[in-house]
Ligand binder design. Structure first.
Ligand code: 13P
Length: 348
């Protein structure tokens, strides 16, 4: 394992002013996004949508350090035949690849899931490296049970251990292949749980995760952590302030994430566009931590562009304007330089 080479990639992925575009929706998930604008989920529409994103300037050059692709997308080419991987590289960004195969119920642990995809992963990583991927993503999904549920609360210790064990196995295999693993244990933000419960579960999850990474010989200098922020469930009546979200998130991360990790790139997880930006910005304004904090957003980077595009080539420019704007806003947030006033100013 070449730790220095891995570290160089990881450092670039979280370079201040930039962050990661998560464009790795599975065919089913991108179908839901396309359905939201009334567009059909076919290969042409999936290509046109992603080609529009990957050709957006200056977003791709200035604010996107890497792009997470799906298996179909890493093999796909733009309409003029240019491979997507080349489009991304030409913009100075790093191509990455989602390598997990989604979640399935975890046997013996009702209400919990486990992420699949370890079998054959060594061979798949070798192929993805050949195709140009220099980082990968694996997402574990952790759901917090309803606050009124007494028996069978989730997550359980066993459920967390199983998911973090898989993340550790995946991360070790990536590093062996010269690929930086994005390690993503996502605590879902749907549901009624309080911010205190999210705080506690995030702390437990990350503690258990870093034990697994240590036990499986993962070099922390060569990973990027992709966590949720500490928020209340969307349906919880009491919602924390931006200050509280930022302070709690920083506190949990300081408690659990070793300083050898170069950077932390948050998922947006269903937060509104501006909410995801302002929460990241607030953390960077507070500062005082050893790692870079940036974004690895899917929806929070794409949604406004998707609604501007509507599946119609005539809206190409409007969609690129929208993507440029969100990318620039998140770029500012990664340096703690964002403000609502700037965000409200529509880019020329
Ligand atoms: P969201 O930002 O839409 O949560 O997606 C990020 C991601 O890659 C989740 O795995």
């Amino acid at each position: 394992m070449d730790i220095q080479a891995l570290n160089k990639i990881a450092v670039k992925m979280v370079e201040p002013g930039t962050g990661i575009l998560a464009a790795d929706e599975s065919t089913g998930t991108i179908g839901k996004r396309l359905a939201s604008i009334g567009a059909e989920n076919n290969e042409d529409n999936r290509r046109d949508w992603r080609e529009m994103l990957f050709r957006t300037q200056p977003a791709m050059n200035d604010y996107i350090s890497g792009v997470i692709l799906f298996d179909e997308t890493i093999r796909q080419s733009a309409k003029d035949g240019t491979p997507f991987v080349k489009l991304i590289q030409d913009a100075g960004a790093i191509p990455g690849i989602k390598v997990d195969k989604g979640i399935t119920p975890l046997a013996g642990r009702p209400g919990e899931t486990i992420t699949q995809g370890l079998d054959g992963l060594r061979e798949r990583l070798a192929e993805y490296y050949e195709l140009g991927a220099r980082f990968a993503k694996w997402r574990a999904v952790i759901e917090i049970s309803h606050p009124d549920q007494y028996v069978g609360q989730t997550p359980t210790r066993g459920g967390l251990k199983a998911n973090n064990h898989a993340l550790g196995r995946y991360a070790a295999l990536c590093q062996e292949a010269g690929i930086v693993p994005i390690v993503e244990p996502e605590i879902l933000m749907g549901g009624y749980h309080s911010v205190e419960r999210c705080h506690e579960v995030t702390r437990k999850t990350l503690n258990s995760l870093f034990t697994e990474l240590y036990e499986q010989g993962v070099a922390l200098e060569g990973i990027v952590l992709k966590p949720n922020m500490v928020v209340a469930g969307k349906l919880c009546a009491e919602q924390p302030s931006r200050q509280e979200i930022a302070e709690r998130t920083i506190q949990v991360l300081k408690d659990t994430v070793p300083s050898a990790v170069p950077g932390i790139a948050f998922l947006s997880g269903g937060q509104a566009n501006e909410e995801a930006t302002r929460n990241l910005d607030m953390m960077n304004k507070i500062g005082g931590f050893p790692w870079k904090l940036t974004y690895s957003y899917g929806r929070a980077l794409q949604q406004s562009a998707l609604f501007a595009w509507k599946g119609d080539a005539a809206n190409y420019d409007a969609a690129q304007t929208a993507f440029n704007h969100r990318a620039r806003m998140n770029g500012l947030a990664s340096k703690g330089e964002w403000s609502a006033e700037i965000d409200d100013t529509v880019d020329a």
